[in-house]
Design a protein around this ligand. Structure first.
Ligand SMILES: Cc1cc2nc3c(=O)[nH]c(=O)nc-3n(C[C@H](O)[C@H](O)[C@H](O)COP(=O)(O)O)c2cc1C
Length: 205
C-alpha cells in the first residue's frame, strides 16, 4: 500500500503552519493542579501533558515545560491536588494559566473557592466535581535521545485521597461523560468534549 505522507524530522522543523505534535497526541486530559508554596501561597495551573501511569498505587503525572511555580511548590512541599476541569469550569481553568508571579493566588484570580483537602495541605477547587489528593513520588528531568538534559520535568505523585461528586456515580459506576471533562487538542486554542462511547473487551476476558 502506498500512502502520500507529510514526513519530517522534528529537529529540522515540521514545515506546517502549526506544530501538529500536540494535535496528534490528543485530545489530552488536563491536569488542573493546585499546590501551596512553603510559605502558604496557593497556586493553581492547568497541565495537558498529563496522564495516569499506575493503578496500584494510583500514580498520576504531568510535565512542567520549564521550571514553573507548580513544580517549585511540589519540590518544596511534596504535595499537590488534581482537579477535574469540566466544561462549566473551562474559562476559569484557562484563566488560571496566566503567567503571574508566585505571590499571585490563581484561585482568587480565576474566581474559584479553595476547599480544604483531607490528606494534604494544598486545597481542592471546591467547584470541581472530582479531585485527587497526591503526594509526590518522583520528579524526573527529561533528556533527549542524545542524553542531553531538557528543561522539562515529569512530576509523578501517588493519589492518596479521591473525592467524587455522588451525582457522577450511577449504580456505583463513575460516569465519565456526565462529568463533561474538557480535553486539550492542538493549535493555539483547540479543546474537545467527549464523543461517542463504544465498548470492547480484551481477548479471553
Ligand atoms: C489547557 C492548558 C494546558 C497546559 N499544559 C501545560 C503543560 O502540559 N506543561 C506546561 O509546562 N505548561 C502547560 N500550560 C501552561 C501553564 O498552565 C502556564 O505556564 C502556567 O502559568 C503555569 O503556572 P504555574 O507557574 O503557577 O505553575 C498549559 C496551559 C493550558 C491553558
Amino acid at each position: 500500500m502506498t500512502r502520500d505522507t507529510h514526513s519530517y524530522e522534528p529537529r529540522l522543523g515540521h514545515g506546517l503552519p502549526h506544530d501538529p505534535f500536540n494535535a496528534i497526541v490528543g485530545p489530552r486530559p488536563i491536569g488542573w493542579i493546585s499546590t501551596r508554596s512553603a510559605d502558604g501561597v496557593l497556586n493553581l495551573a492547568p497541565y495537558s501533558f498529563f496522564n495516569a501511569f499506575n493503578y496500584v498505587p494510583p500514580i498520576i503525572g504531568f510535565a512542567s515545560i520549564g521550571a514553573k511555580d507548580t513544580l517549585r511548590n511540589i519540590e518544596a512541599t511534596g504535595e499537590f491536588v488534581w482537579n477535574l476541569a469540566t466544561r462549566p469550569l473551562a474559562e476559569a481553568m484557562n484563566q488560571s494559566c496566566a503567567a503571574v508571579g508566585p505571590e499571585v493566588d490563581e484561585f482568587a484570580l480565576a474566581g474559584l473557592t479553595p476547599l480544604a483537602s483531607t490528606r494534604v495541605a494544598p486545597p481542592r477547587v471546591a467547584e470541581s466535581p472530582v479531585t485527587m489528593e497526591c503526594r509526590r513520588t518522583q520528579v524526573l528531568q527529561l533528556t533527549g535521545a542524545d542524553g542531553q538534559a531538557v528543561p522539562t520535568w515529569l512530576v509523578l505523585g501517588e493519589v492518596v485521597a479521591v473525592h467524587i461528586d455522588r451525582t457522577l456515580l450511577t449504580n456505583g459506576l463513575y460516569d465519565t461523560a456526565a462529568a463533561q471533562p474538557v480535553l486539550r487538542g492542538g493549535g493555539a486554542g483547540d479543546y474537545f468534549m467527549l464523543g461517542e462511547r463504544f465498548q470492547m473487551f480484551r481477548p479471553g476476558l
